[in-house]
Design a protein around this ligand. Structure first.
Ligand SMILES: [Zn+2]
Length: 218
C-alpha cells in the first residue's frame, strides 16, 4: 500500500512539474487545469496521474485533441523514481536531481532552453548536501558555451554540473556518450534536421546509467 501511495505521489509531482513547465511563465495556480486546445476546465477525475490518460485514451474528453504523450511518460517516470527512492535504490539527492532533470528536460523539449531558477534552486540545495565535487569544471564550460556558442549548449553543461555533484568523472563520460548515441539514433530514425534539444537525451542517459549501475552493468 505504501509503495502504491509513494508511486502515485511521485506521478502526481511529475504531473505538476510538467504542467508548470507547460504553462510557464503564466501562473500554475490560475486558471485551474484546462485543455490547452478547447480551454474546457478539467474535472478531478480527469487529473488522476496515469489512470486518467489511459481512461481518456490519450485525448481530451471535450475536443478529442491528443494529450501530449510526454505528460503520460513523465508521470510514469515520476512514479518509478519515487518508488526507487522508497526501495532505497536512490538516495534523496538523486531523487531531487531526477525530478529537476525531468522538468528541465520537458522545458528543453518545448523551447530548447529552461529558466535558470528551475536549475539554480535544486542545484544549490544539492551543492549544500554533496559539496562542490567536479561541478565548477562544468559550470566553467557552460560559461564558455554561453559566450561562444558550440554544439552542446550552456544549458546542457549546467545540467552536467548538477550531475557532477553526484557522480565521478568516468560515470559522467559514460552518460555523455550514451546521450550522444541516443541523439544520433533519433536523428537517424526520425530523419531530423536542425537543432535537437539535447537535455532530454542527457536525462534518458542518466536514467539508463542508473539502471545499468543498479544491475552492476556500469
Ligand atoms: Zn480539449
Amino acid at each position: 500500500m505504501t509503495s502504491l501511495l509513494i508511486f502515485m505521489l511521485g506521478a502526481s509531482l511529475a504531473s505538476f512539474l510538467t504542467a508548470w513547465a507547460d504553462r510557464y511563465p503564466a501562473s500554475i495556480l490560475y486558471p485551474p487545469s484546462h485543455c490547452s486546445t478547447c480551454q474546457q476546465a478539467l474535472a478531478w477525475w480527469d487529473l488522476v496521474p496515469i489512470l486518467s490518460y489511459i481512461k481518456l485514451g490519450g485525448s481530451c474528453r471535450s475536443c478529442q485533441e491528443p494529450i501530449p504523450l510526454a505528460s503520460f511518460t513523465n508521470e510514469i517516470q515520476g512514479g518509478l523514481i519515487a518508488y526507487a527512492w522508497l526501495q532505497s535504490w536512490l538516495t534523496s539527492p538523486w531523487l531531487l536531481f531526477l525530478f529537476m532533470s525531468l522538468m528541465l528536460s520537458h522545458f528543453d523539449r518545448k523551447s530548447c532552453s529552461f529558466p535558470l531558477c528551475f536549475w539554480l534552486v535544486p542545484h544549490t540545495t544539492l551543492t549544500l548536501t554533496t559539496g562542490w565535487q567536479l561541478s565548477p569544471v562544468f559550470l566553467l564550460l557552460a560559461l564558455v558555451c554561453y559566450f561562444v556558442p558550440s554544439g552542446i549548449g550552456a544549458g546542457d553543461w549546467t545540467y552536467m554540473a548538477s550531475l557532477a555533484l553526484l557522480l565521478p568523472l568516468k560515470a559522467l563520460l559514460i552518460i555523455l556518450q550514451l546521450a550522444c548515441c541516443l541523439a544520433l539514433l533519433t536523428f537517424w530514425y526520425k530523419k531530423r534536421k536542425g537543432v535537437l534539444p539535447f537535455l532530454p537525451f542527457l536525462h534518458r542517459a542518466s536514467l539508463l546509467w542508473l539502471l545499468g549501475h543498479h544491475f552492476s552493468f556500469f
